[in-house]
Every structure is written in C-alpha cells, then in structure tokens.
Design a protein around this ligand. Structure first.
Ligand code: FAD
Length: 457
C-alpha cells in the first residue's frame, strides 16, 4: 500500500479515470449504487470505486491503474462473502467485480474445465452435463467457482471426493505487479500452494482449470417432516451418519420458514426438519441405506436418481440476493448430548436455518501436494443462518446465530471452514498450520498488501 500522502483521494480518482475511462464508477456516479451491491444485501459495502472488467487484459489494466494510483483493490465475483470483505474497510479500495468475466470450456477427454474467474457453479454444471460430467460444487449454483474453490468448498460429493479446492489444477492470476501468470504444480508452485486457501488475497483469478467428476446422474434428494419430529429425526440421522459410508454426504436442518407468498402454502410460515444429500451408490444400495430414515415416514421424500446438474437445487438455497448473517463451528463428533443440544438450539424462531452438515471422510483428509488448505478437520459443521432484512435486525440475528453454535461448545474442534466464515469471526483457524507460510508468501507476492479479501491472511 502506498505511503504517499501528498496525493489526495480526488487526484487518485482522476488518475483512475484517466487510465480506465468510463469503466470505473465512483461514489456519486449514477451507477454506483447498482454496481456496488453484493449478493448478501445485508452488507452496505461502499468501496472507493467499482470496476467491472470483461477480459483478462482489462483485469491487468485495472490492477496496474489501481496500484499506480496508490489504492487497494478487492476481487469480488458475487458478494456471497461480502461481510468479511466489508470488515477491511473499503474507503480506499476499488472493488473489482468479476460479474462479466464468465464462461466455461469443458475438455471431456481430460475431464477438466477451464472456468473464467467470475463464473458461477451453474455455468459449469450447464457446460459439463452434456458430457455426462459434473463438478464438486456446493449447495448454491450462484456462488462463484473461484470464491468457493479457493477457500475450500464443501460439497455433497465431499465425503467421497474431498473439498473442491483439491480439484483446482491451475489458475491464471493477475498479481500485484500487474503480471498475468499461470500458477500450477509446475509453474509458480509457491503461489499455487498459497492461492489454494489464500484466494483473493494473492491476486485476481481470471481463470481456473478444474477437474470434473464422472457422474451424469446421482441418487439424491430430501426428506421433510414437521419440526415436531425434530428429536426423533435428529437421533436417527446422528446414528445413520455415524456409520454411513463415505459415499453418503448429507445435512440435517431445521428451517423456520417465513410466511412468504413465493413459498408453497404447505411450507409458508412453517418450521420443518429436513435431511438432504447425495448417495453415490446404485439405486438398490441407496434405497437400502436410506431405509432407517424413511421408516420415520417423512411428509415429503424426493430421494431418487436425478440428473447430476439438478443436485444443486436439492438444498433449496435462496436463488435471489439475501440479507443474512451466519456462524459456524467444526464439531469433532455428534454424541447423544450434542444431538439434544441441536434439538434445543434449533427451536429458536430467530434462526432461519439451524444446520448440521456431515463432513469427515475425504473432506477431512489432507491431500499430499495440496495447497495451504486441502481438508477441513472435523466430522460435522454446525452452521446457522439468521435473516437480517434491515440493518437494525443485524444484532438480534447475530445473537441468534451465535447462540446456536455456542450450544455445541463441548464438541467444538479448533478448525473452522474458510468458506463458512462470516464477518466478525477470527480467520486464523480457517488457515490452520498454513498461516505463517501464507503470510510469508503474501509478503513475497503482494508486499504492499494491495489485495483486500474476505479472508485476509
Ligand atoms: C446461500 C449460500 C450457500 C453456500 N453454500 C456453500 C456450500 O455448499 N459449500 C461451501 O463450501 N460454501 C458455501 N457457501 C459459502 C461460499 O462458498 C463462500 O461464501 C464463497 O467464498 C463465495 O464465493 P463468491 O466468489 O461467490 O463470493 P464473493 O463474496 O464474491 O467472493 C469471496 C472471496 O473470494 C475471493 N474471490 C472471488 N472471486 C475471485 C476471483 N475471481 N479472483 C480472486 N479472488 C476471488 C475474494 O477473496 C472474495 O473476497 C455458501 C454461501 C451462501 C451465501
């Protein structure tokens, strides 16, 4: 970061306008409010300026112009992780939105895809499905591949296939000196290690090469009961997951659904308990595995063989920008007392979602040759989401989200999952033992700390 004080912010803005013309939007410009808003609309992010490059060359021009003006910059693809970024304070930071840098090329022979830096998982799934392939995506199709994959990426495929981060083969990245370079196991290997965990703190990813998975279809779906069944369902799910093979990845959730006209009438305003996930087995074996849960006679049962690109809809994440706060903890185990804690804590109507994600398996095994983060230590993620439709609602929402995860204190491990970190949380446990080396790499690749990120190192 430039230490020069002899140049005013107006002069810096002038330099940026000279270099980038109408592509850069400042506070006060007519488009500023439209381009600055993130997906998580609870965050009122107000960067110094916003620029939306459309090509790798434009990203290079942006990085050079911003550094020449002595300002910082923050890559953002969708703003799903906006709370963490806003904490950095954006008054001297240019937001580099990658929303127009989208596109996917599938290479079926090598079962890989080249994904432009701002692409969403929906883009990858649409491109991969015609080849009978899919990807290690998360539960929401409008999350970006770069933001998710380079911070871990917990998928319904993760107990069998590990975190999304290990599917990244190479990145094309614009670094702080304005160079567009490739980082892979063979080129700039230190940077490749660092960016797999360090993500946007190391530069702007203009494309990634990722491995795809050989699934055209998958046995997946959800089981839903009224929330009055939470105790029985939770006990059964805990027993089930304790012995489930790694081919099964699932979640248990209590949803307190608001009375909204866009919800089906039988769900609107109701509290329900849901088990959803994927079973990477034959129909016969999957049916056998699901038997103990189906015995509890769910009101809705959608588990069946579905096209792999439909898996992204199973978790029913909101398709539109949503104001929310979240908290999470990694749990070492889920004994009976922890199940009782879930049943009690999930009742809070101040929560939108009280969730337990089953991880462990391949998701918890560090990968030889992996990056700064290649696994997440723990068997379950306790995760809460509380709606914050207006700023005044944020303190109450945070209190509810925090009380839920605090209920799991006795079973909480040291780690945190980087993709689930939210504003106001300590980032260090997300990087674990890699943090010191990440900081050394940051000092080498971005010595003036020009890149701000949702999860700074
Ligand atoms: C509804 C919802 C569902 C989710 N489901 C899952 C899930 O199933 N599994 C899971 O693991 N996580 C999940 N997440 C968390 C999500 O993966 C993280 O918030 C992720 O960081 C979002 O990435 P993004 O790019 O879309 O968000 P952004 O806020 O745009 O980006 C987050 C950070 O990623 C970096 N970044 C993004 N794009 C680039 C780029 N092109 N170049 C350099 N850096 C970049 C930046 O550092 C940025 O600060 C979910 C989040 C939400 C809100």
């Amino acid at each position: 970061m430039s230490s020069s004080t002899d140049i005013t912010l107006d002069q810096r803005a002038e330099k940026l306008r000279d270099a980038l013309g109408a592509r850069i939007v400042f506070a006060g410009d007519p488009d500023y409010d439209a381009v600055r808003m993130p997906w998580n609309v609870a965050v009122d992010q107000r960067p110094f300026a916003v620029v939306t490059p459309e090509s790798a060359e434009e990203v290079v021009a942006v990085v050079r112009a911003v550094t020449a003006a002595g300002l910082r910059m923050a890559p953002q693809s969708t703003g799903h992780a906006a709370p963490g970024l806003a904490e950095a304070g954006l008054s001297d930071t240019v937001l580099v939105r990658l929303a127009r840098l989208r596109g996917v090329t599938v290479q079926p022979e090598s079962r890989t895809a080249i994904v432009l830096g701002g692409s969403h998982w929906n883009d990858v799934l649409a491109a991969a499905a015609p080849h009978g392939l899919t990807a290690l995506h998360g539960s929401a199709g409008d999350v970006s591949v770069a933001g998710y994959s380079l911070s871990g990426g917990v998928s319904f495929y993760s107990r069998a296939h590990g975190l999304g981060i290990n599917a990244v083969r190479a990145v094309q990245i614009v670094t702080a000196d304005g160079a567009l370079i490739r980082a892979s196991a063979d080129e700039n290997a230190d940077l490749f290690w660092a960016v797999r965990g360090g993500s946007g703190a190391f530069g702007i990813i203009v494309s990634l090469e990722i491995d795809l998975l050989p699934y055209a279809d998958v046995f997946a779906g959800m089981l839903l009961w009224d929330a009055s069944f939470t105790a029985a369902v939770s006990r059964a799910w805990a027993t089930w997951t304790a012995s489930a093979p790694e081919s099964v990845t699932s979640t248990l959730r209590v949803l307190h659904l608001p009375p909204l006209p866009e919800l089906p009438p039988f769900l609107s305003g109701r509290s329900v308990v849901v088990v959803d996930g994927a079973v990477l087995e034959s129909d016969e074996r999957a049916t056998e595995l699901l038997h103990s849960l189906r015995e509890l006679r769910p009101e809705i049962d959608t588990f069946s063989r579905i096209p792999a690109d439909a898996l992204v809809h199973v978790h029913m994440d909101p398709p539109q920008p949503t104001p929310a706060v979240t908290r999470h903890r990694m749990l070492r185990a889920l004994p009976e007392d922890a199940v009782a804690a879930f049943v009690a804590a999930s009742k809070d109507p101040g929560l939108f979602i009280a969730e337990l994600r089953h991880v462990g398996g391949a998701a918890a095994r560090p990968v030889p040759g992996g990056g700064a983060v290649s696994a997440v230590a723990g068997e379950y993620i306790a995760h809460s989401v509380a709606a914050a439709p207006v700023p005044e609602a944020i303190p109450g929402a945070l209190a509810a989200a925090t009380a839920y995860v605090d209920a799991f204190e006795p079973w909480t491990g040291d780690a945190l999952a980087l993709t689930f970190l939210d504003g106001g949380m300590d980032r260090a446990p997300g990087f674990g033992a890699s943090l010191d080396r990440l900081r050394e790499q940051k000092a080498q690749w971005d010595p003036r700390n020009v890149f701000a990120a949702a999860n700074p190192v």
